[in-house]
Design a binder for this molecule. Sequence first.
Ligand code: PMP
Length: 305
Amino acid sequence: MDDRDGLIWLDGKWVDWRDAKVHVLTHTLHYGCGVFEGLRAYKTDAGTAIFKLAEHTDRLFRSAHIMNMKMPFSKEEINQAHRDAVAKNNLDSAYIRSMVFFGSEGMGLRADNLKVHVMVAAWTWGAYLGAENMEKGIRIRTSSYTRNHVNSTMCKAKANGNYINSILALQEALSTGYDEALLLDHEGFCAEGSGENLFIVRNGKIYTPETTSALEGITRDTLITIAREQGYEVIEKRITRDEVYVADEAFFTGSAAEVTPIRQYDNRDIGSGSRGPITEKLQALYFDHVQGRRADHKEWLTLVS
Ligand code: PMP
């Protein structure tokens, strides 16, 4: 990943991809206190455009605020860095990663002289859970790891350290033959995937867990809007794992995962055991929006140049 041509935005400067390095005593590397974003740019007829850039930048700033990290750049500067990261690397479509992190100016939990650094990188990244799974659907399992407790880490922050919990759950799922994990909250209700929000469909209605211990997903918001505009009732509520077992359809959402159907959960087929019709319709609509094929919600797309 680090040995390639390209440019990365680091603290306001464009740095050669191979030189965008930090010191081993970088504070965030040791303690995980940092925040980040992941978003996508798509090829549209009008040119390459970033989907929901402003929403992701807003969440980055909210995450930094929660973690008490003072952003050294304005939202406009960060937005521009995202656009330029795609354009300068000549990408038609891209995954964009931004991160806010503490530097190596001090060490130890009590370090009080830490500088807040910001980076933005962009590269080409295909379907996160596999191209064929976008149609076929994935197999998931309940994680033995409980999702981060709301009073242990801050679930509204997309914070680096929160992902220890995600990685443990994902490693467990992959090593036991599944594609992804579903983590339950400390009371046993469905929270989210390791990097996705959950939706289920039952009797024509769409349900998604409240975001008490799940990330406030931007794709989740998009899907709720799209589904309601199609006349579906979308209900945010606590969901038990057996509600997912008996759902007609289920899918995950995320900027990386986009809209990925779930065909099996804990070795039980969901509905017909393949992508359901409502999932298929919403997935197609999602791709129409992100790829600029819709006349409505043009405000969700920001051209990179
Ligand atoms: N939950 C977690 C834990 C995630 O990492 C992500 C990906 N950012 C999501 C949900 C989905 O969020 P979004 O749609 O904003 O990408």
